[in-house]
Design a protein around this ligand. Structure first.
Ligand code: 6PG
Length: 475
């Protein structure tokens, strides 16, 4: 065969990545379970570059030059397993399969092992950026053996987004690490979106700013430290007027947020790793609450109690909300990076956190100017115990904290739910607190279950004989 790369699975992401490769001068073998999509791609975009049309997996394998490189862009789960198995049958030792879907990282770990046993090299690559990113340059997070990355990395870097001439693609680490960091990326994406949603809710509910005017507020925010893709598209969505009713589009969209699972996976993994990703968890649960139809119907009758809104809802309030949003966002990223740190230890990966901040600056959904600050923080100190310890972020939070408290207070007194803002603030206060009530919890645990406790003043584990004379013994 002559094709440099193959793409199987030609839904919109797969088609656009295939076109991206072709536009970069690669000969691309294309394959889809039903040839209709292959033909549609070639009819509409065949002139983007050199494509090789194939119908069967055998033809697809035959079209590729050695060592074969195939990118799988099919639905996560069973469909991905089926395609990988079929490819492995048709491929030879040393050929490379890249799974570019939103696969669960534990599946990737399993598949990488199974393929390695068969002599096939396997890369699990998280790809972010939606349809446009796939075509114009996504952010790519490939995990797998370094020796395999060497073979496909240059091509992936070639088609990825670039920021300041740096590719938004780098080798993440072993086996499932690429899909793991993509998963956390999506968790952070959920959190970013939730926080923006809360800012919108407060600006509208408290300050009475209508969507069209609020689009201007977000455009303004997008020129400062909040500069990011999600803030930019928020302004676009808020400015959109429904052609049929003449209302703001946001007012005719049903207020139930969907989810395909990556946010939920992030939180499940965080629970297992014992990492408090409260910002991400609140974002996932807020989507679930929005979709809890019977509960919301029943809940509408619940009394609000004595709600009140503050009198000062002018520019100062808008600035307070902006700061609360920024501070909460910093927390969400700090938590997500902690989860990646914990996974790195748990799975024996070697993920450079500064590299992640670097490749998330462009192409992906959470791309933001602020990621440059994270990159710098890890460049200064690769072993940061938390992002909040970096001088830049510590100062930024110190700048924001008064506003943040006022906004959370306002949300509470106005009866507007702000789980993201308040969970982030509680996390911040939790880390700040000298003595946590966890000491009392340890006492309770020791009382009912003899679970023992440590002492502040001596080494060793201790137990108080609660049901006896209440003297303390060494455990
Ligand atoms: C991306 C996105 C993309 C998608 C997710 C989240 O990085 O390009 O994260 O992967 O938006 O599937 O989708 P849900 O909101 O439906 O879970």
């Amino acid at each position: 065969g002559t094709a440099d790369i193959g793409v199987t699975g030609l839904a919109v992401m797969g088609s656009n990545i295939a076109r991206n490769f072709a536009r970069h001068g690669y000969t691309v073998a294309v394959h889809n379970r039903s040839a209709g999509k292959t033909d549609a791609l070639l009819d509409e975009h065949g002139r983007d570059g050199d494509f090789v049309r194939t119908e069967t997996i055998e033809e697809f394998a035959a079209a590729l030059r050695s060592p074969r490189r195939a990118l799988v862009m099919v639905q996560a789960g069973a469909p991905t397993d089926a395609v990988i198995d079929a490819l492995a049958e048709a491929f030879d030792e040393g050929d490379i399969i890249i799974d570019g879907g939103n696969s669960l990282y534990t599946d990737t770990i399993r598949r990488e092992k199974a393929m390695a046993d068969r002599g096939i090299r396997f890369i699990g690559a998280g790809i972010s950026g939606g349809e446009e990113g796939a075509l114009e340059g996504p952010s790519i997070m490939p995990g797998g053996p370094a020796s395999s990355y060497e073979v496909v990395g240059p091509m992936l870097e070639d088609i990825s987004a670039k920021v300041d001439g740096t590719a938004c693609c780098t080798h993440i680490g072993e086996d499932g690490s690429g899909h793991f960091v993509k998963m956390v990326h999506n968790g952070i994406e959920y959190s970013d979106m939730q926080l923006i949603g809360e800012a919108y809710h407060l600006l509208r509910g408290v300050a009475g700013i209508e969507p069209a005017a609020m689009a201007e507020v977000f455009r303004e925010w997008n020129t400062g430290e909040l500069d990011s893709y999600l803030i930019e598209i928020t302004a676009e969505v808020l400015a959109q007027v429904d052609a049929e009713t003449g209302y703001p589009l946001v007012d005719v969209i049903v207020d139930r947020a969907g989810q395909k699972g990556t946010g939920r996976w992030t939180v499940k993994s965080a629970l297992d790793l014992g990492v408090p990703v409260t910002g991400i968890a609140e974002a996932v649960f807020a989507r679930a609450l929005s979709s809890s139809v019977p509960q919301r119907e029943a809940g509408r009758a619940l009394p609000s109690g004595a709600v009140s809104t503050p009198s000062g809802t002018g520019p100062e309030f808008i600035e307070d909300v902006r700061r609360a949003l920024y501070a909460s966002k910093v927390i969400a990223y700090a938590q997500g990076f902690d989860q990646i740190t914990a996974a790195t230890a748990e799975y024996g990966w070697d993920v450079a956190r500064g590299d992640l901040a670097t490749i998330w600056r462009g192409g992906c959904i959470i791309r933001a100017t602020f990621l440059d600050r994270i990159r710098e923080a890890y460049a200064e100190n690769a072993d940061l115990p938390t992002l909040l310890a970096a001088p830049y972020f510590a100062e930024a939070l110190a700048d924001c904290v008064d506003s943040w408290r006022r906004v959370v207070t306002t949300a509470v007194t106005a009866g507007i739910p702000a789980p993201g803002f308040s969970a982030a603030l509680a996390y911040y206060d939790g880390l700040r607190t000298e003595r946590l009530p966890a000491a009392l919890i340890q006492g309770q645990r020791d009382f009912f279950g003899a679970h023992t406790y440590l002492r502040t003043d001596r080494e060793g584990s201790f137990h108080t004989q609660w049901s006896g004379d209440r003297t303390e013994v060494r455990a």
